[in-house]
Design a binder for this molecule. Structure first.
Ligand SMILES: Cc1ncc(COP(=O)(O)O)c(C=O)c1O
Length: 377
């Protein structure tokens, strides 16, 4: 049996006709940039997330960059985030000449440790303009505690919700907690386009207006530029496809949650407790499982064994950002963020996409069980 980490064609087969019809309509209209589909998707995503405004941009990375620009983050400013995230979170801070300030993660959820963030600010850290909590793997960070600390110290909150559209914390959805929130529509995301795309949500009308200006080279009136912005627009074809998919997003998230429950039962039955730790969902959260990530003893050997048996897996992420070559100048040493460093050695993402079949999940868990049966020391 072969089980891919993600099989996008299984989803595409079910919506192909509708997707192609919508793409054809865009082509027939010959209106490709910032048209009626982008406006409609902005309204629909804002409503879905429980935010007042949404602004479509070219990628999740640009969403972060533009949100930081709208938060007036510039050279020398400090922005707090974790080293255990996709590169873009910290990369976009550095691109603006600002300084990423890392705090470690919670070992169970892999999200920003609110206690570490609070301690940093209580110690009197200066120049911190914003914090970017990531809702990693599809589970919201502890937004209650993070927001309370941020508010006390006048720090702006920008959610990195790239992996978490539809995730909930205390009954509220991701993208409804921060001053701004960033989404990615990269094809592997729970809501993925047929290319790059992203969006920023906010409740603040002035911020939304500024973002709309910044995404078109800082221009409100064509060829008159108030600020130096970016060329970062969501295109009509992406928006048209994303609108087809948004209608199905909750059903797909439910299927991912169901698959996670099935894995939980299979792993419990397999008795792998000493070798495999299944994902922890904190109380009051709805995790939408953009990734199903276990912690595994002898992870790299297990991954090779899975690969040989035809099971796809991935490591998100093998090198914490404070140890990346490009961030050497920040002066963080090995051991500076031990929880992130340990996670980087142990995490392994398994197939979890909505169309995954029970027999395939059974095969994944049997393959893992077989590895530990043969290799227990
Ligand atoms: C946590 C996180 N932040 C930011 C991004 C950047 O999004 P994009 O790939 O659309 O630029 C991603 C996507 O890969 C992500 O997973």
């Amino acid at each position: 049996m072969k089980v891919q980490l993600l099989d996008l064609s299984a989803q595409y087969r079910k919506i192909r006709k509708e997707v192609l019809e919508e793409v054809k309509k865009v082509c027939d209209s010959q209106h490709y940039i910032l048209g009626r589909n982008v406006s409609a998707l902005e309204t629909e995503v804002a409503a879905y997330c429980g935010a007042r405004f949404a602004v479509g941009v070219a990628s999740g990375t640009d969403a972060l960059l533009l949100a930081l620009m709208a938060a007036n983050v510039g050279p020398g400013d400090k922005v707090v985030t974790t080293p255990f995230t996709f590169f873009a979170t910290a990369g976009s801070i550095a691109r603006l000449g600002a300084v990423p300030v890392f705090v470690d993660i919670d070992p169970d959820t892999y999200n920003l440790d609110p206690g570490a963030f609070d301690a940093l600010l209580k110690k009197g850290a200066k120049g911190i303009k914003a914090v970017i909590p990531i809702h990693l793997y599809g589970q919201c960070a502890d937004m209650g505690r993070i927001n309370r600390t941020a508010e006390r110290h006048g720090v702006k909150v920008i959610e990195d919700a790239a992996q978490a559209i539809g995730a909930e914390y205390d009954g509220k959805r991701a993208c409804s907690f921060g001053d701004m929130a960033c989404l990615s529509f990269y094809p592997t995301k729970n809501l993925g386009g047929i290319g790059d795309g992203g969006m920023i949500t906010t409740d603040n009308e002035k911020t939304a207006e500024r973002l709309r200006m910044l995404r078109v080279h800082g221009s409100r009136v064509r060829y008159y530029h108030d600020e130096v912005g970016l060329n970062s627009r969501l295109d009509e074809i992406q928006a048209a496809v994303l609108r087809v998919k948004l209608k199905r997003l909750d059903a797909w998230a439910d299927a991912r949650i169901k698959n996670a429950g099935r894995y939980g039962a299979l792993f419990a039955k397999a008795g792998l407790a000493g070798n495999v730790t299944t994902p922890f969902v904190a109380p009051g959260r709805r995790m939408v499982y953009n990734q199903y990530v276990i912690r595994a003893k002898r992870r790299d050997e297990l991954r090779a064994h899975l690969g040989a048996a035809g099971v796809g897996s991935e490591i998100y992420y093998p090198v914490p950002l404070h140890l990346q070559k490009c961030f050497k100048y920040l002066g963080c040493k090995k051991g500076a963020f031990p929880v992130s460093e340990q996670a980087a050695k142990e995490v392994l993402a398994l197939p979890i996409y909505p169309e995954l079949k029970p027999a395939e999940q059974k095969y994944v868990v049997e393959t893992i069980t077989g590895f530990y049966a043969r290799n227990s020391r």
